[in-house]
Design a protein around this ligand. Structure first.
Ligand code: GTP
Ligand code: MG
Length: 345
């Protein structure tokens, strides 16, 4: 699945005439090495391979990054078998140790950038929203987090030549705020066929935090045959916040959240996809603790996100996005608007 998606993306890049994308086209492709299937792993017979596929594991990388307990659970295998499979996958996928800076650079070259179609936002992000990254969008209620989620979902379906990924989107909606009508308006704003766009956005309502976490496994299962390029969780933290109340629950909550973020990051890496999560800020300015401009989720989320965007409203219907703590870009701000057709300069 992941390899297929990656190959598809590469083929499209090769057909893309934008000279900016040229370096990608000369990258060595996986076709040069014979592809190793999960059946080729020692100890994996047809029945086990079938179980693994059913649970959504159909390439070595997806297996190599699992923990034995989780793989045993998800694929209904014994833990000893799971351990063996993971060990073998690590060896054969050749990701079991340190890699050279050059190899990392090569992997970074696979990174694609999704355009927001708003020049000021793309500039702030050095060209757009990166794949293999987890982007956190946080801000007060009504600051426009859900609008960004909807807009990027639409943009993800745009062809590569127009700044999109020609990709499929998974949208985990925890607050029941996904609106297909809004997608329709934004699709029209780009001159796209709204029905075709809606067809590529796969939405699930998460009823509680446990369900939200399970839906990530469901994405792995459902992604076969799709070109998964974006996963949105809107909002990442609302269920966790509502369910784990009080100081005594904090450690437990952070542990679960950490696990959830790791699963999401893994989806981003395996599919060369972008993960976008939204997050509220502390809502009570008068509370004893909790800075009202600080995102909730604490250090766990701060460390997990590659990029953090802080949104706020400004005068005359304008919005401000601030880039916070980026690993390779300067902090800065940009101004944009939310219109009926979507985000605009
Ligand atoms: P919470 O989920 O409550 O924390 O808020 P949020 O940050 O997700 O806010 P959201 O993205 O839902 O932003 C809502 C705001 O977007 C509204 O207050 C409007 O200002 C704007 N908005 C939504 N739809 C439209 C539209 O069709 N036209 C215009 N002009 N603005 C819109
Ligand atoms: Mg929202």
């Amino acid at each position: 699945m992941a390899t297929k998606a990656k190959k598809k993306a590469k083929i499209e890049i090769e057909n893309n005439e934008d000279p900016q994308d040229k370096p990608l086209a000369v990258m060595p492709t996986e076709e040069e090495a014979p592809e190793v299937k999960i059946e080729d792993l020692p100890g994996v017979g047809p029945a086990t391979a079938e179980k693994l596929r059913e649970a959504g594991f159909d390439d070595l990388l997806a297996l190599a990054v699992m923990s034995p307990g989780d793989l045993a659970d998800q694929a209904e295998l014994g833990e000893a078998v799971a351990t063996k499979i993971i060990g073998a996958a690590k060896k054969m996928a050749n990701i079991g140790g340190f890699v050279s800076g050059g190899a990392l650079l090569e992997r970074r070259r696979e990174v694609l950038k999704l355009s927001s179609k708003v020049q000021s936002i793309d500039d702030l992000l050095g060209g757009g929203f990166e794949t293999q990254a987890l982007v956190e969008v946080y801000g007060a209620f009504g600051s426009g987090k859900t609008q960004i989620g909807h807009q990027l979902a639409v943009n993800c379906t745009l062809p590569m030549s127009e700044g999109g990924f020609d990709g499929d989107v998974f949208y985990i909606d925890t607050e029941d705020t996904f609106r297909p009508e809004r997608i329709t308006q934004m699709a029209r704003g780009h001159g796209l066929d709204p029905d075709a766009v809606l067809e590529r956005i796969h939405v699930a309502r998460a009823y509680n935090s446990a369900h939200q976490m399970l839906l990530v496994d469901e994405i792995k299962r459902m992604s076969k045959g799709l070109n998964v390029k974006m996963i949105i969780v809107d909002s990442l933290t609302s269920h966790f916040r509502a369910e784990y109340i009080g100081r005594g629950m904090l450690a437990n909550r952070q542990q679960k959240l950490n696990r959830h973020l790791k699963d999401l990051k893994q989806l981003a890496d395996v599919n060369n996809a972008l993960v976008l999560v939204t997050n509220q800020v502390h809502s009570k300015p008068d509370a004893m603790w909790g800075d009202p401009t600080k995102p909730i989720g604490g250090h766990v989320l701060a460390h997990a996100s590659t990029f953090r965007l802080y949104l706020r409203k400004a005068k005359a219907g304008r919005r401000i996005a601030r880039l916070v703590d980026s690993p390779n870009l300067p902090d800065g701000e940009c101004v944009y608007q939310v219109t009926q057709e979507g985000l605009r300069d």
